[in-house]
Write a protein that binds this ligand. Structure first.
Ligand SMILES: [Mn+2]
Length: 360
């Protein structure tokens, strides 16, 4: 699906004459291109869009563009290849926007070339990152379906992983096994570096898997997300196996916090209220001070998108938003626990996309 009309609406609303999109997820969102690496999308008011692509990507990008509303130009420092190449892409863009008063650029994805472009024309540049993030955070049916497919792959792979798991496997081998199952089931890739943390390593919310073997008296945190047709999934399970009774007890509290938030979350609620619900349950059991990150985040073409489910974020949940909820408890020097589900905000409430049990 091509969503370039959304750019026109935005340009009209904000009175921008030109838009330059350099962020890969934003280009994919607007044009459906798969991995538009190094590409720039430029569009003027009432004009067609142009994609400026590195020459080495030209053939791959050109073949995906099945509409004449988008022109594709290759750029390269070398005058080689079959097409006419732009040897000075930044100069080319400068020429295009020379008469514009206001140029919107998604500065959230700025690189050094765009930085150079922006410093030359800073008086006419406006940052459109928030507008683009806001545009993307309300998902349509097809997007929700792709996220759900990516999540189903992840859950099915995790089920296989649990069946194949054995003590003595290292965290890194476990990552390899889980990722193999995701690929077998149709994943195009992973949305982020898969986390498998065992025993003492579970104290780090973003643990880095190591050569440590999983021992019989340990529990495991697995945080993984397959990608499918450019969309991400993200889920976490704590596998209790050899967990101590204290870990099991705190696990119950974390699960209670997640279930309470899942029950509570609804459209037009402030994200800080959802975060507050999670913390309220953890506080009841005196473990809220061990919850050191936000309660969740938007999920889509990127694994972390707007909205962040946290205190101090002034945003309302809307139907079509897809968010994670992921309470955790991390006790220094002892253990960590986290459970994470994916939730779609609907017109009447919410739908949990996960089918897999929280308990293993
Ligand atoms: Mn997450």
């Amino acid at each position: 699906m091509i969503r370039l009309n959304k750019l026109d609406e935005l340009m009209e609303l904000r009175k921008w004459d030109y838009i330059i999109i350099c962020g890969q997820p934003n280009i994919t969102y607007l044009t459906n291109l798969v991995k538009p690496t190094g590409c720039l999308l430029i569009k003027g008011k009432d004009a067609g869009a142009e994609i400026i692509t590195p020459l080495l990507e030209y053939e791959r990008i050109f073949k995906q563009v099945r509409t004449d509303v988008i022109k594709v130009h290759p750029y390269s420092s070398y005058k080689v290849g079959y097409e006419e190449v732009i040897t000075d892409p930044i100069g080319y863009v400068r020429g295009k926007i020379s008469k514009a008063d206001k140029v919107g650029i998604d500065l959230g994805y700025i690189n050094y070339s765009i930085y150079n472009l922006v410093t030359g024309i800073h008086e006419k540049v406006v940052n459109i990152s928030d507008d683009m993030q806001y545009m993307r955070c309300i998902k349509d049916e097809s997007e929700i379906h792709l996220i759900e497919t990516a999540l189903r792959i992840t859950e099915d792979a995790l089920t296989k992983f649990v069946n194949e798991f054995f003590y003595g496997i290292t965290e890194l081998q476990a990552v390899g096994l889980l990722e193999k199952f995701m690929r077998d089931l149709g994943a195009e890739g992973v949305a982020f570096d898969t986390i498998v943390a065992s025993g003492i390593n579970t104290v780090y919310p973003h643990a880095v898997p190591s050569n440590k073997a999983v021992l019989e008296n340990e529990h495991l945190i697995v945080d993984a997300g397959a990608t499918y047709r450019s969309y991400s999934s993200d889920m976490t399970r704590t596998m209790l196996m050899g967990a101590s009774s204290e870990v099991v007890k705190v696990f119950d509290v974390v699960e209670q916090a997640l279930l309470a938030a899942e029950d509570y979350v609804a459209p037009y609620m402030k994200v800080s209220e959802v975060d507050g619900k999670v913390r309220e349950v953890l506080r009841k059991y005196g473990v809220d001070k061990y919850f050191t990150h936000s309660s969740g985040h938007g999920l889509g073409l990127e694994v972390h998108e707007m909205p962040r489910i946290a205190q101090g974020v002034d945003m309302e949940l809307k139907p079509g938003m897809v968010i994670t909820l992921e309470p955790g408890v991390y006790i220094r020097g002892q253990y960590g626990i986290r459970i994470e589900d994916v939730v779609v905000i609907t017109n009447s409430g919410r739908k949990i996309l996960n089918k897999l049990s929280h308990r293993f």
